[in-house]
Design a protein around this ligand. Structure first.
Ligand code: KG4
Ligand code: ZN
Length: 357
């Protein structure tokens, strides 16, 4: 199975890795979080500029850590969709340059396919079919993984992604950015039953009930805002005052609603599709309550839940390299005319490749 150097710059991490099939030879991630924290979220132009400044050094570091020569590298993988267009361009330009200079095939990779492949890095013996619960800052998806390049999104969020909801609720409670880790921490001292919040169910258009796999976290976020406004009004607090609010209880109740919603949908989906493995991916997979909820729900069933280590759940290039290596092994390579796209349905992953002549 081919050895690949891979680049990931779709959002706020500049990452480069060298991967031999499902084995990581090196993985370097340079996070921009401290820069974006100043603005309370990712600023696209700042992200592109920082990728540009960092990418060269990160490539060097990945090559040095793997102690590998260019002769041993058989392909260049790069995230080309979805993501911030300017940020993706930096990675793709660097990848094309390396591909041309070193005469290696180029492999564009769909970022979400990369998140799916993180599970293979964690569990090299894992084989499809399985269900991937991908919960990140930009996506909340239940993906039926049938094989390499063969994916069906069976459930998703109708509005805010799970991570986005964590970030917005944290801002509401004045807890800072990114919101997920801080809510997770603050919630430990809170009572998850203090406030009853909706689990973000989506009504079916024919009025016969709720969608079994889709979620809506925008309604949950609005419910938290109403709760906070109500508590402030009761206590005669100013509009942005959080000091005397029961922040830990609100954080715990919100986290509970998200964890329960995702657990129910994932278990139901895996059961309905007859899938025996649920593999987690994305930054929200770090959430302690989501992990314990899923583990508890799967206990006593024949479904196993796979939690890849955090370094493979959050954005990294090793997962991109793993996906690229599998495509290269199947003779699928991308043309040098490949461009970046802010979006591309996961079902169209194969459009990134052309058969090798
Ligand atoms: O996958 P990721 O690193 O980046 C992408 O969005 O692709 O995910 C980042 C998201 C952020 O919204 C962050 O708040 C959330 O993951 N997150 C968490 C936790 N750690 C990170 N959410 C809940 N609990 C956590 N412990
Ligand atoms: Zn991601």
């Amino acid at each position: 199975m081919p050895t690949v150097l891979a680049i990931e710059t779709s959002c706020d991490e500049t990452a480069v890795a060298i991967v031999k099939k499902r084995k990581v030879l090196s993985s370097i991630v340079s996070s921009q979080i401290e820069t974006h924290r100043l603005y309370g979220g990712v600023v696209p132009e700042v992200a592109s500029r920082q990728h540009l400044e960092t990418i060269g050094a990160v490539i060097e570091a990945a090559l040095a850590e793997a102690a590998i020569s260019w002769e041993a590298i058989e392909g260049i993988g790069v995230t080309c969709t979805p993501g911030l267009v300017g940020a993706l361009m930096v990675g793709l330009s660097a990848a094309k340059t390396l591909a041309i200079v070193h005469n290696k095939p180029l492999l564009g990779v769909h970022h979400l396919e990369g998140h799916i492949y993180a599970s293979y890095l964690a569990e090299p013996d894992l084989e499809p079919p399985f269900l991937c619960l991908l919960v990140s800052g930009g996506h909340t998806s239940l993906i039926h993984v049938r094989g390499c390049g063969d994916y069906e999104i069976v459930g998703q969020t109708r509005d805010d992604a799970a991570g986005e909801a964590f970030d917005k609720v944290a801002r509401l409670l004045d807890l800072g950015y990114p919101g997920g880790p801080v809510i997770d921490r603050v919630a430990r001292d809170g009572d998850a039953t203090a406030f009853k919040l909706p689990e973000g169910r989506v009504k079916l258009t024919d009025g016969t009930g709720f969608h079994p796999y889709d979620s809506s976290f925008s309604g949950l976020k609005t419910a938290v805002r109403r709760l906070v406004d109500g508590l402030r009004a009761d206590q005669g607090l100013a509009a942005n005052e959080t000091d005397s609010l029961p922040v830990a209880d609100i954080a715990a109740s919100f986290q509970e609603a998200v964890a329960r919603a995702l657990t129910k949908r994932a278990l139901r989906c895996a059961t309905d599709l007859g899938l025996k493995t649920i593999a987690l991916g994305g930054g929200v997979a770090a959430n302690s309550r989501l992990r314990s909820c899923l583990q508890a729900a799967a206990q006593g069933t024949d479904i196993q839940v796979l939690f890849p280590p955090m370094r493979f759940c959050t954005d990294n290039a090793a997962m991109i390299g793993c996906a690229a290596s599998e495509h290269l092994a199947r003779g699928q390579v991308s043309p040098l005319t490949l461009g970046v796209r802010s979006r591309l349905p996961l079902s169209q992953v194969r459009s990134l490749y052309e058969p090798q002549s």
